[in-house]
Design a protein around this ligand. Structure first.
Ligand code: ADP
Ligand code: ZN
Length: 822
């Protein structure tokens, strides 16, 4: 047993949040003389139900005495809080908001891997030692105990030692020769450090060199060198003189030099960037940018919290506004945080931030190793850098003096965390900015409906940048009606490239321009689509697309469970020409290669993304114009800036519309508008060709004129009619088990638990989840839907309570603000 640090006598109580799926705090004892150090925000190791866990102290009892039965904490991990009290209170509210136990939210906020870990393992007992000494054992038992006699080992290691180890371990445990226990491991992440040499206190280097070291010229030279630039990294001394260790040791022995450790963060920025080509901060802002900046700068200098929607078409200069806002914050002596949706986009914005502000900034994203993340986090905590750039989790960064937060491409789904603490970066940023009394900028060409609606309701101010910078026109968008193409094409030939798109690609190639082809194929090809009119069957209740299930051969609604046999003819136009959609990027690539055999072609999709560095390499090639055609999924649509792209082709614009998700239309409009924005970022005007079965759909038609507002008004009407957000709240509950019947029954039981008094809350399902089977588990979905937020939350809380009565083999997860509904 590891020794408890404190005796339980005369203790005080601390309340600890633990990463366990119960929304409670747990009391532990701390001796009165240590209470001052055990401050809220410090991490502790504690015993909990036979395990050792890392938790966070959230409160002290303030003098109340612990009763003798109360467990003491095992270890206090921090001498200073790792979460400030401001951060603790933000996280408490945010966790409550998404129905997440506080301990799980706090774990998500701390740099991963920085806490010690423990694993299940074995240790030898005195009886075991005796048996070993007596030499009465043999074979596997002997080997196992000999190994444990050296030190306690993890269960996994012990089991690996021999084929029959599992059985032998059981026998040895039964006979009392070994015990099971937790084995402590060091943290997975550590800050890198370096050794540095400096003069000892009160030493005059010149005098010492002339007197004490008069007959040791090497030591004298080294002492002068160290005195010239203290503290000097030992590694750099060794680089200049591989034999430096001996004179250095001598200088230390004489008490002239001190060697110590200091943090040495690894470089996460990569090669230096060029400074800005065109005058940088010198150029004049457009009138729209100037107005936007003025509003934001006012909030910085007030200082006050205000949320802004920076609504500007692609290339309108939004990033420039963020950069100037950052400069305002720095001028006011405060810090700045810029969020981007994902790593591949980090590089682009990082280059601009570095060109403007230099390399003294912190970067936080999932591409960093745990140790690197920890170092970046510590640099911010020490106040070593005023700027942080990162993905959504950078919101937890220890920035205690924020002057501005900017969220680029705020509509991106990557801002929602889909596991554990299911927060949305937008909501959390709102809380952080409010707490820091600073402005929050949400930038996008295609704002999420929620954000745009919040601006309508006066909860944030909308700043509009209607034009591209420098009179560059927005690209011309042409819609190609696939239904008509189909009528004209040879019978039953499944069209991939229309004549118009093929012609435009040929012309672009001939002119030396680049083409991006988008095949929007998120999720899976399980919709039945009419090839004559593009219609896909939809649910009568929920207005989402029905999904085809092969084994049962029927179409089913993933929200409410409604199902029908697949129609033999299209129920919209009567054509018999319906088929399962299944075209992939690979087939598209083959078709393009056949048609343009000399073109340099690359493909980015989920398969190629598995290969490390592949995506970044392809994007680099595209940027450097080493590629003629890039074929890809959603990935290619995001805010990248490619000067040579003249043509963007969308192969089937309506594909994403058929996903069983109430945000399908919004996502389709956003994707098409964003990808269209990739064309013609340079001087040459761009061209966009969108192939679609539904040129008149309200989310496709307005793409032609980059008309966000008309899409918004129409979509808002649909949301209102069906009670979907932003007009109501939806809570998604997934119930999973290896046993399909058990999962179904559990989901049913949860739905029934709400039946009695559900008030204004509608319960949809149980229905098979969109991913009906995942990692061997059958999954069912319940949706709670209601106009009153408070009522939906009450129902969700009641449902959460009911989950505690389900069998252990059933897993449930609750998302109080689902974004990715698949
Ligand atoms: P967005 O973020 O809206 O896509 P950017 O900020 O990237 O737009 O601006 C597009 C391009 O125009 C960039 O190359 C940027 O340097 C340049 N730019 C931005 N604002 C101005 C301005 N006021 N004058 C000249 N060039 C500008
Ligand atoms: Zn339905």
């Amino acid at each position: 047993m590891s020794q408890p640090l404190f005796s339980p006598a005369a203790d005080e109580i601390v309340r600890v949040a633990l990463p366990v799926p119960v929304d409670e705090l747990f009391d532990y004892a701390v001796p009165a003389d240590r209470v001052a150090q055990a401050a809220p925000g410090c991490r502790v190791r504690v015993r909990f139900r036979g395990r050792e866990l890392t938790g966070v102290i959230v409160a002290r009892s303030g003098g109340a005495r612990a009763h003798p039965g109360l467990r003491p904490i095992e270890k206090l991990l921090d001498t200073e809080p790792v979460l400030s009290s401001a951060m603790l209170s933000i996280l408490r509210e945010a966790a409550n908001d998404v129905l997440c136990p506080l301990g799980i939210a706090l774990r998500a906020a701390l740099p991963s891997g920085s806490a010690p870990r423990s694993v299940h393992g074995y240790a030898i007992t005195p009886r075991g030692t005796e048996a070993l000494r007596a030499g009465v054992l043999g074979g596997t038992a002997q080997r196992l105990l000999e190994d444990l006699a050296r030190r306690p080992r993890s269960a996994a290691r012990s089991r690996r030692l021999a084929e029959d180890a599992a059985a032998t371990l059981r026998d040895l445990e039964r006979d009392g020769l070994l015990v099971r226990r937790e084995i402590e491991r060091g943290p997975a992440a550590r800050e890198a450090t370096e050794r540095v040499a400096a003069l000892a206190a009160g030493i005059d280097a010149e005098q010492a060199a002339l007197t004490q070291l008069a007959r040791s010229p090497r030591q004298a030279a080294l002492l002068r060198r160290i005195a010239a630039s203290p503290p000097t990294p030992v590694a750099s001394l060794a680089r200049d003189d591989p034999g430096v260790n001996a004179p250095l040791r001598a200088l230390r022995k004489r008490g002239l030099v001190r060697v110590s450790q200091r943090p040495a963060p690894r470089d996460v920025l990569g090669p230096p960037v060029e400074s800005e080509p065109t005058g940088g901060p010198g150029f004049a802002l457009t009138p729209g940018q100037a107005d936007a900046l003025k509003a934001i700068a006012d909030a910085v200098s007030a200082p006050r919290f205000e949320a802004f929607l920076l609504h500007g078409v692609t290339g309108s200069g939004k990033t420039e506004v963020y950069l100037r806002a950052v400069a305002e914050a720095l001028r006011a002596g405060r810090q700045a945080l810029i969020l981007v949706p994902e790593i591949t986009l980090t590089h682009q914005i990082l280059a601009r931030v570095r060109a403007r502000f230099g390399d003294n900034l912190a970067v936080l994203h999932s591409g960093l190793r745990p140790g690197e993340r920890l170092e970046q986090w510590q640099r911010l905590r020490r106040g070593a850098t005023p700027i942080a750039v990162g993905a959504r989790s950078a919101l937890f960064a220890p920035l205690e003096n924020l002057g501005v937060i900017a969220i680029d491409e705020e509509h991106d789904d990557a801002y929602k965390n889909d596991e554990g603490f299911r927060y949305h970066a937008r909501d959390l940023a709102m809380r952080r900015a409010a707490q820091s009394r600073c402005p929050l900028i949400l930038g996008s060409a295609t704002p999420s409906l929620e954000t745009r609606f919040a601006a309508d309701r006066g909860r944030m101010r909308r700043l509009v940048l209607p034009h591209r910078v420098g009179e560059r026109p927005l690209p011309a968008v042409e819609l190609v009606d696939l239904t008509r193409e189909h009528e004209l094409a040879p019978r039953r030939r499944r069209l991939i490239l229309s004549r118009a798109l093929e012609r435009a690609m040929g012309e672009t190639l001939a002119e030396g321009g680049q083409t991006i082809l988008l095949l929007n194929r998120r999720g899976f090809s399980t919709q039945i689509l009419c090839f004559a009119c593009g219609f896909a069957e939809r649910c009568r209740n929920c207005d989402i697309t029905l999904v085809y299930h092969a084994p049962e051969h029927h179409l089913r609604c993933h929200y409410c469970g409604y199902q029908i046999p697949p129609p033999s003819a299209c129920s919209e136009c009567g054509a018999p020409d319906t088929a399962l959609l299944g075209m992939g990027t690979q087939r598209l690539e083959e078709a393009v290669r056949t048609r343009f055999p000399t073109a340099r072609i690359a493909r980015l999709d989920r398969d190629t993304a598995q290969r490390r560095g592949f995506t970044a390499g392809v994007l680099r090639d595209l940027h450097a114009q080493r590629l003629d055609v890039l074929i890809g999924t959603q990935l290619v649509a995001k805010g990248h800036d490619f000067p040579g792209v003249r043509l963007v082709g969308v192969v089937v614009a309506d594909l994403g519309l058929h996903l069983p998700d109430f945000r399908a239309a919004e996502r389709t409009f956003q994707l098409l508008t964003q990808v269209a924005g990739r064309a013609g970022r340079d001087r040459t005007p761009g061209r966009v060709i969108v192939q679609t079965f539904m040129p008149n759909h309200y989310c496709i038609r307005p793409v032609r004129t980059h008309d966000y507002e008309s899409f918004y008004v129409e979509e808002l009407g649909h949301r209102a009619a069906l009670g979907y957000p932003p007009f109501g709240r939806i809570v998604q509950v997934i119930v999973a088990s290896r046993d399909e019947e058990q999962a179904r029954a559990a989901a049913r039981a949860l739905a029934d638990a709400l039946d009695a008094e559900r008030g204004g809350v509608e319960v949809l399902g149980p229905a098979p989840a969109a991913l009906a089977k995942l990692r061997g588990r059958h999954r069912f979905q319940l949706l709670l839907k209601g106009a009153e937020e408070a009522e939906v939350r009450r129902a969700a809380a009641r449902l959460l309570e009911a989950t505690t009565r389900l069998p252990d083999a059933v897993q449930t997860s609750v998302d109080a603000n689902p974004v990715n509904m698949l």
